[in-house]
Design a protein around this ligand. Structure first.
Ligand SMILES: Cc1cc2nc3c(=O)[nH]c(=O)nc-3n(C[C@H](O)[C@H](O)[C@H](O)COP(=O)(O)O)c2cc1C
Length: 333
């Protein structure tokens, strides 16, 4: 296994390891990034932020922009299709404290692609080059990174060409999700194209898509020779995924999940942090989303689940959660 878990360099930053939390809108907010880092993620990228604040809404822009409390490097992901807007947005985020700017050319969402941003851009290599050049020039001392899919259609995978463009324009790290835009999230990610990309450029490449177990991380790292893996959904409700993967990559042995008591403490603290970060209304709703992912660790009755998911205030949500956790730990003792 030796050598598969290693530091990851992005420009002047050397990250402790190459297990990266994938950006996920509505999921990888500051509390979640912090938690995943605590459990061994070497790096975490923020949720996509539209380069035009007026297309995103004030609240979202606020929560997704630079958070001063975040540990460096603070990576902000920008989405957009206009080189000038993207350049201005990058400048503004760097002025606010961003250490790394990531550009999203991977999102397949209809709303995004209707304005030809995200992965729809991959069809227009000239525009890709213009956007990358504009952003790199706008923030010359800040590393700029790019996230892509393998192409827009299975019959038209151009990840290698895009990677070359990225390298030429000064992009310092490339993340590749092994699906095309037309795949959306169906089927399985493929890693052969990622492997080709790794071979064709000298900038670090992260392999992404369906990496759901430490064993899979090992296999993908070995097969693609990527600089690291980027993991999103597999860590939902399981931030310790990163520690388990790091352990497996160094020892070849599976690491058990944390003790139930510790898992419960993590859940409780995570919910409190969501309330603190978002405030009462959004906080309770964001916590519901994560609680659904924690359900396998909560062993709830139907009634407990109903109560937990319908709590309307932070106090109510926390008191139901606490009562549930206490009844669970009593039944374990
Ligand atoms: C709910 C959700 C939101 C996502 N939001 C973003 C985003 O904001 N920016 C981005 O580049 N990719 C986004 N993605 C894609 C992920 O970063 C990742 O490429 C994809 O989930 C595949 O990785 P996984 O199989 O490890 O989850 C999102 C995916 C999901 C499921």
């Amino acid at each position: 296994m030796s050598g598969l878990l290693r530091p990851l360099r992005i420009g002047r930053f050397v990250l402790p390891n190459n297990l990266v939390l994938a950006p996920m809108a509505g999921v990888t907010d500051l509390p979640w990034r912090n938690l995943c880092r605590e459990w061994g993620a070497g790096y975490a990228v923020g949720e996509m932020l539209h380069s035009r604040g007026d297309l995103m809404g004030r609240d979202k822009s606020l929560f997704r922009g630079v958070q001063q409390q975040e540990q460096a490097p603070i990576a902000i992901q920008l989405l957009g299709n206009n080189p000038q807007d993207m350049a201005e947005a990058a400048k503004a985020q760097v002025a606010a404290g961003a250490d790394i700017i990531d550009i999203n050319m991977g999102c397949p969402a209809k709303k995004v692609c209707a304005v030809a941003a995200g992965s729809a851009l991959l069809d227009n290599e000239r525009l890709v080059a213009q956007i990358l050049a504009a952003v790199v020039q706008a923030v010359p001392t800040t590393p700029v990174t790019l996230k892509i899919r393998t192409g827009t259609k299975r019959s038209q995978k151009n990840a290698k060409q895009i990677a070359k463009i990225a390298e030429n324009e000064g992009i310092q790290l490339l993340s590749v999700h092994g699906r095309t835009r037309e795949d959306k999230f169906s089927g399985s990610a493929e890693y052969d194209t990622i492997s080709d990309v790794v071979q064709s450029v000298s900038i670090p490449v992260l392999a992404n898509g369906d990496i759901d177990t430490p064993q899979k991380a090992e296999q993908v790292l070995r097969d693609t020779q990527a600089a690291g893996v980027m993991v999103g959904r597999a860590a939902n409700g399981r931030p310790w995924w990163f520690r388990q993967a790091a352990h497996y990559l160094t020892t070849g042995e599976a690491l058990a999940e944390p003790e139930t008591q510790l898992i419960h403490e993590v859940i409780h603290r995570h919910v409190r942090e969501l309330h603190h970060f978002y405030g009462d209304f959004i906080g309770v709703r964001m916590a519901r989303k994560h609680l659904v992912w924690y359900v396998p660790y909560l062993a709830l009755t139907v009634e407990q689940r109903r109560q937990l998911m319908s709590a309307e205030t932070p106090t109510m949500q926390l008191s139901i959660l606490l009562a549930t956790l206490q009844s669970l730990s009593q039944s374990l003792n």
